[in-house]
Ligand binder design. Structure first.
Ligand code: NAD
Ligand code: UGA
Length: 466
């Protein structure tokens, strides 16, 4: 079996950085180089102050601290890392297309194609190329075509090895992965490549946790896994709306159904809607693929998961507006949380952005506090929407470091991220600082509404009637 001694990973983002750090840490005899065209990101990965790494994940800085400079390297020298490696992971972003055919649904594969062309151009020895990015089913064919037509005689073996980590628990998910999925061709050299990659993971995971499949099953399984996970959230969120009308409590319903071992208790937390860079993008990609195969019913079925999520975000914002007497113009509303979930600094597709947008349309004054998100990022997220000018965003939105002082003379607090620290605040003091009636809109169901109501707050929690 081919033994891997040198790995290159193209893309030093939320997946490439943590995944390669764990591989380097668990495989000290393998040199791992993570490369990126973004100089600022690489500089941050190399920062001596481990609190300045570009990705915040519990446990990450400790692992980077142990391995960086020994067998883990971060660099912008993409070509050299490709030349030296015997296995190359492609872990670049695959966002939803914003132009042309498939706009708004299909995955934009331009970064993937650029990587493949670059590998084809500079490689001088045989390579195993691993798709780590999430890709539409049959992308490996396109990558193979590009690589095989270089004409310089180098042999490439393509594997699909989608990543299942969730942000905020990335290190734990990598160290104790439920499973690792490796797809490849069922040829002798394909099998050898699959076994070589399996052996990397078997440094710390039981062999039984490594699943080998054909390329297409592996590529498709990743999209389907995300679609099923997001579907559960949209399902419980749809029921949260019904609970609010009927005095049923969504947590009690989730507990009651989750005790059926066929349904299971996980991933049934009703919320202001799922965010993150992948659920929406991957479902829309699935929707698009189904459509291109003429499977309209299948496509419409999955699209509903995203439409329900949009509805949930809108419903939350509408609830704030109607509770505040149908006018929030000039009213101060404090956001607790901006990240798309706790324990990450990632804000991509965070529900907070869309709730903020709806309230800003009504000319609310927003004050944002998040323990890990910078003011620069909050403004960048709002500017990206392009719904108002940069000057308007800066006039209407303030980003603060003191979550308690922020509530002075505020009409309402909206909880958008489930950071643990929010539960530890002195809520009586907050009540005293706020204008009355003081309202809390809990989009994450983290506060005990009875406790807040006893203090005097008007309290709304997703999935419960007020
Ligand atoms: P990211 O945007 O954080 O990182 C991607 C990086 O790739 C960027 O730093 C970018 O500069 C770099 N890049 C792009 N083109 C390049 C090129 N030609 N050469 C070198 N570097 C290049 O993205 P991410 O969140 O790490 O996601 C990467 C992939 O993994 C996506 O396909 C995503 O769907 C998938 N995924 C993400 C997660 C997650 O939790 N974020 C989990 C599982 C799978
Ligand atoms: C998700 C999947 O869980 C990972 O397996 C997958 O690898 C990843 O997408 C990906 O492909 O990018 P992630 O988006 O990082 O991971 O985080 P999740 O924990 O899945 O949360 C996604 C969103 O759903 C968050 O906004 C979260 O708050 C929300 N959520 C989650 C709920 O509203 N309710 C729940 O019960 C669970």
């Amino acid at each position: 079996m081919k033994k891997i001694t040198n790995i290159c990973c193209i893309g030093a983002g939320y997946v490439g950085g943590p995944t390669m750090s764990v591989i380097a840490n668990k495989c000290p005899e393998i040199k791992v180089t993570v490369v990126d065209i973004n100089q600022k990101r690489i500089d941050a990965w190399n920062d001596q102050d481990l609190d300045k790494l570009p990705v915040y994940e519990p446990g990450l800085k400790e692992i980077v601290g142990e391995s960086r400079g020994k067998n883990l390297f971060f660099s912008t020298d993409v070509d050299n890392a490709i030349v030296e490696a015997d296995m190359i992971f492609i872990s670049v972003n695959t966002p939803t297309k914003t132009y042309g055919k498939g706009k708004g649904q299909a995955a934009d594969l331009k970064y993937i194609e650029l990587c493949a062309r670059n590998i084809a151009k500079v490689a001088t020895t045989d390579k195993i190329v691993v798709e780590k990015s999430t890709l539409p089913v049959r992308t490996a064919q396109a990558i193979k075509n590009i690589l095989d037509n270089t004409g310089n005689g180098v042999k490439f073996e393509i594997l699909s090895n989608p990543e299942f980590l969730a942000e905020g628990t990335a290190i734990e998910d990598l160290l104790q992965a439920d499973r690792v999925l490796i797809g490849g061709e069922n040829t002798p050299s394909g099998q050898e490549a699959k076994d070589a990659l399996s052996a990397v993971y078997e440094h710390w995971l039981p062999k039984a946790n490594v699943i080998q499949t054909n390329l297409w099953s592996s590529e498709l399984s990743k999209l389907v896994a995300n679609a099923f996970l997001a579907q559960r959230i949209s399902s419980i969120n749809s029921i949260s709306a019904l609970c609010e009308k009927t005095d049923a409590n969504v947590a009690e319903v989730a507990n009651a159904i989750g005790r059926d071992s066929r349904i299971g208790p996980k991933f049934l937390n009703a919320s202001v809607g799922f965010g993150g860079s992948c659920f929406q993008k991957d479902i829309l990609n699935l929707v698009y693929i189904c459509k291109t195969y003429g499977l309209d019913e299948v496509s419409n079925y999955w699209e509903q998961v995203v439409l329900m999520n949009d509805y949930q975000k809108r419903r939350f914002a509408d609830n704030i507006i109607s509770t505040l007497y149908n006018t929030v113009s000039g009213k101060k509303i404090v956001f607790y949380g901006w990240a798309f979930k706790k324990d990450t600094n990632d804000t991509r597709e965070s529900s907070a952005i869309y709730v903020a947008d709806a309230l800003l349309d009504e000319q609310a004054e927003l004050v944002i506090y998040d323990p890990k998100v910078t003011a620069e990022q909050v403004y960048a997220d709002l500017d990206y929407l392009n719904t108002r000018t940069e000057a308007e965003n800066r006039k209407l939105v303030t980003v603060v470091n003191d979550p308690i002082a922020a509530t002075e003379n505020a009409h309402a607090i909206a909880i958008l991220t489930e950071w643990d620290e929010f539960k530890t605040y002195d809520w009586e003091k907050i009540f005293d600082l706020m204008l009355k009636p003081a309202c809390v809109f809990d989009g994450r169901r983290i506060m005990e509404s009875s406790k807040l109501k006893n203090i005097g707050f008007h309290c709304y929690r997703i999935g419960e009637s007020c």
